[in-house]
Each structure stands twice: as C-alpha cells, then as structure tokens.
Design a protein around this ligand. Sequence first.
Ligand SMILES: Cc1ncc(COP(=O)(O)O)c(C=O)c1O
Length: 390
Amino acid sequence: MSNITKRPNVRPTMPNFSSGPCPKRPGWDVSALNGALTGRSHRSRLGREKIEQVLSQSRKILKLPADYQIGITPASDTGAFELALWNLLGQRGVDVLAWESFGKGWVVDIVDQLKIEDTNVFDASYGELPDLSQVNFDRDVIFTWNGTTSGVRVPDGDWIPLDRSGLTICDATSAVFAMDLPWEKLDVVTYSWQKAMGGEGQHGVVIFSPSAIKRLNSYTPSRPLPKIFRLKSKNKVNDSFFDGATINTPSMLCVEDALDGLDWAEKIGGLDTLLSRSDSNLAVLSDWVSESENVEFLARSRDIRSNTSVCLNICAPWFLELNVQDKAKAVKVITNILEEEEVAYDIESYREAPPGLRIWAGATVESEDIRILTGWIDWAISKARNEFNL
Ligand SMILES: Cc1ncc(COP(=O)(O)O)c(C=O)c1O
C-alpha cells in the first residue's frame, strides 16, 4: 500500500462543479432574484419587457447576426431541440452525428420517434468524434457542438460549408457562452439557461437562421405537433415568439436569474471574457493532467477537448486493475470523499459514460478553485486506494 498523497489544507471558495445545473456566477446569492416579477403575468407590460430583455441581451452577448431570430421555449434544451426536430425534419434526408449520451438520444428521436426513413447515423464511442468529412450538407445535419457526457466537442465549424441546401441543427447547450460558434454555419442552435451562465433549470432557447425560418414557413410536416411545439398560425411563424410572447408560462424567477447572469457577463467583458475564462480553466486542468499519474482526458485528441464539461479517466495503476463494476464503485468512493470534505460536488461522470470524473469548467467557475480542486482529487484517489486493498 502506498503512502497517501498529502492532504491539501485550502478548500475551493466554491465547491460546485456540476455539469448541469452548472455553478452560479461568482458572488451570486438569492437576493439576485429580488427584482423578479413574481405573482404577475408574463404577458403584462413589465413581464414582456423582462423577457424581451433576456432575448435582446442574449442576442447582443452572443453576437447573433441581425437576421437570426431567438426565442424562449418550454422544457429546457430538450424542449428547444425537440421543438426544432419536430417542426423541421422530414422535408429531406437527415445525417445525424452522435458520440455520447445526448447525441445518441437525438438519434432515438429521429429514427424511432419521428421515423425519418432516410437517415444516416454517424457515431463514435466515448472520447472520439465521428468522421466529419462523411457528412452530406444537401441533407439536414443534426449534431451536438459539445458532448457534455464525454467532454468531446467539434473542433470548429470548418467542416460545415457556408453554401449548403440542408439545415444544420445544433444542440449547443454546453457550448454557448463558452465556445466560439460560427453563426453563419448554423441554422438552428439550442441551449438551456441551466448551463454555462449558471441560470435556473426550466427554459430553453432556440435560435433560427433565415434558412431555418424559410423552412418553417414553407414546410409543414404531416405529423401531429403538441401545442408546446407549435410556432405557426395560418402556416406562418408567429413573429411575436421572437418578441417575448412565449408559447406558455415561463417562471419569472428563472427569467430574473437569466437576466442576472447576462448582466454579470456584460460586466466582466462579454463573450470574449466568458470564452477566455473557460479556456483558462481548461488550461489549469491540462497542466495538472500532464503532470498527474492519476488522471487522463477521456477525449484523447487536444483539438476536440471540451473547455466546459471536462471528462477524465482515472489511470492510477491500482484503479486500472479493477473490473468495470469496481471502477464505478471506486469513483463513488473518490467523489464521496470529496463531497464529505466539501471540496467538490457532482463530479462523477455521467451515468452512461465510462466511470471517471467530470468537472465543469465554464466561465462561472474560478480558475483558482479548479487548481485547488486538483490537489484534492489526487489526495482522494490515493485515499480511495485503501478501500480496495491494492
Ligand atoms: C448536450 C446536451 N443536450 C441536451 C441536454 C438536456 O438539457 P436540458 O436538461 O436542459 O433539457 C443536456 C444536459 O446536460 C446536454 O448536455
């Protein structure tokens, strides 16, 4: 049995590293919601103004092209993405890319639920990306910008042509506000408030390019559409959806919280600062991984490594001797130690991913907290070894 690594004596100022709901901005407390329009109608003048403010501030921070439209949907990112799939798909064949749990979930929607017969699936296992050069952009292309459960993202938008006849439909929930999104290459982008800005879980956001709006206006699928997905009246998209007239009732507490996150983003310098904070957090983790004998990135290749949901394999020699069930148990032991020490919550890998760790590194997390956390992880891994008598 080896000696246990020295126990650090400083804790992170904030032990929240969950990949969803993600940590709140530094300094957040519940008084940020004091101005919420609770007990009032979201369709009142003030309610509508608050929602419009979320839309216009998001548009500004994300630097959306003027001819792109943005609206709030029910049911978080899942609601936003399914609203897009149910409204748009079926007009032509579909290429869908999947390399982790959420992308694989969209394959189920497209193949088993929507039953789009002309579908090509390009998949890859955890830690890898499918071959992007195989995608045909005359078809509709469905993909996740950042696979939250594997920590693998597409490297950039270079594989997407500007000139294409199909639509690119992108689940970008753990990429928006953290990665540079080439809007002109993306026709539909969805995300949820609970991710990079640390908002409350509840609502989703959908962004449409002019081509996506054109498709919505010119194509009506024969399938039934639940009211929650209906964007059109008299065969035309309701423009009011993009002015804050939501399909159903949003939580005004969540609206206030989303505004708080956006105000913070503007105060610290907008998108460029958000992106560089996530990059710095990944850099701290990369420095540690390159020195540590305990961990390695699940995403093998540097250019596809997420700077938000950073997924790590444990590669301490004693851990590698365990079978897969014992590996899962060992991860629990490690994360329980960290939780009991109040230094890290919710950093176990996703239930369908290989047993390991997942650390949220988005802009709301301080780099120094991540640096402090790494010492605790090395210590917890060496301590957990005792339980397995190795
Ligand atoms: C890539 C991706 N897609 C979809 C979802 C589902 O998001 P939500 O729970 O906001 O609907 C998540 C949640 O973590 C995700 O990471």
